[in-house]
Design a protein around this ligand. Structure first.
Ligand code: PMV
Length: 355
């Protein structure tokens, strides 16, 4: 193997938070102020694909994102690489022959080529899929062995908080944890059996430009200045999370949809309560919010929910039986949006694919 190039290619999907993560209690280890809950989108339209090539002859680690070389010396990426190297295992052939002993990996450097097939840093969770894919593909190449369940999610978390949730499919809970070293702040898949097969997601791209305030910078100012954020993480999230978990268990769309909208609104209220304020929603985003409330009122129930992350683009949740009607109404109201409408993972444990 002296002159061989070793390579692994993986894909990882984005996830959309229904209970939002906003604010860290430990900046260094990326420990959140509150637990969060998301849904992983099991679609090919929104994913990161990463190829990692390892060689003893590369002089340093390098990273290309969407065809452009990026600095890989950021503390977060270096933390992930160091932790993955620490947990590296032996590489063996199918018949068990030792090809690379774990101590040998320290002589290898990586070239990492990553691409998103959707707008990067536009509030569509590109850092979640990107860092999940980064961590997962290197872990595959290094034959990484977890020393405790969920360890890989703690590494992805240190790349970008929400990335820990993109390592798993379906509904995923990122636990806040209490341990100072962060080993219990892991992501876990919720077991939903064969429920939620009819859940559908519609994504409305309002603006695909990069956001002005990164989530890292935005969270820091919010933690420093927003009283609403303090109140929310202590008093509101625990109650909403417990109600959301019950709604997921019972396949109760109305409750899930209601909490999802309230959560999105409170997150953006915290952004407004931040000083100076952060505006992620645009007038079009607000029109979408109004549209959803009008639509539900007209239909006499809660058939659609919206949620917005750190950007103006809307993620709508609905159920299969309502999808065609909703899409028709959206076209009627907004004319032309590039609309993606796809299914969402149900309960099946879907790790990112590797080949
Ligand atoms: O993981 P980050 O640093 O990109 O932060 C994500 C923050 C939100 O998308 C707004 C909420 C969330 O829980 O994903």
């Amino acid at each position: 193997l002296e002159n061989e190039l070793l390579s692994v290619t993986c894909t990882a999907p984005v996830n959309i938070a229904l209970i939002k993560y906003w604010g860290k209690r430990d900046e260094e280890k990326i420990l959140p102020l509150n637990p969060s809950l998301s849904i992983t989108l099991d679609v090919d339209d929104l994913r990161t694909k990463t190829t990692v090539v390892a060689s003893k002859h590369f002089d340093r680690d390098r990273l290309w994102l969407n065809g452009k070389e990026h600095d890989i010396s950021s503390k977060r990426m270096q933390t992930c690489i160091t932790k993955l190297r620490q947990g590296a295992g032996d590489l063996r052939s199918d018949d068990g022959t030792l090809l690379i002993a774990k101590e040998e990996w320290k002589h290898y450097r990586f070239h990492i080529i990553s691409e998103n097939n959707f707008p990067t840093a536009a509030g569509l969770a590109s850092s979640a899929s990107g860092l999940a894919c980064f961590v997962y593909s290197i872990s595959q190449l290094l034959c990484f062995k977890e020393t405790f369940p969920g360890e890989l999610t703690t590494i992805a978390r240190q790349g970008s908080g929400s990335a820990c949730r993109s390592l798993l499919g379906g509904f995923v809970l990122w636990e806040c944890g209490i341990a100072p070293d962060g080993t219990d702040s892991i992501a876990k898949q919720m077991d939903t059996g064969d429920k939620w097969k009819h859940l559908r997601i519609v994504i409305l791209i309002v603006n695909d430009q990069q956001k002005k305030t990164s989530s890292t910078a935005g969270m820091q100012t919010s933690v420093q200045t927003s009283d609403l954020l303090k109140f929310r993480s202590k008093e509101v999230v625990p109650v909403q999370l417990s109600r959301m978990r019950d709604a997921i268990k019972e396949e109760d769309f109305t409750t899930l949809a209601t909490i999802t909208m309230q959560e999105s609104n409170q997150f953006h209220a915290c952004c407004l309560d931040t000083f100076p304020p952060i505006f992620y929603l645009t007038d079009v985003s607000k029109e979408i919010i109004q549209f959803v409330h009008d639509y539900n009122a007209k239909c006499g129930g809660t058939f659609v929910a919206y949620t917005f992350d750190a950007g103006p683009n809307a993620v709508l949740l609905t159920q299969d039986e309502n999808l065609d009607k909703l899409v028709a109404s959206l076209y009627q109201r907004f004319g032309f949006f590039p609309v993606t409408r796809e299914g969402v993972t149900s309960s099946v444990c879907e790790s990112p694919q590797s080949d």
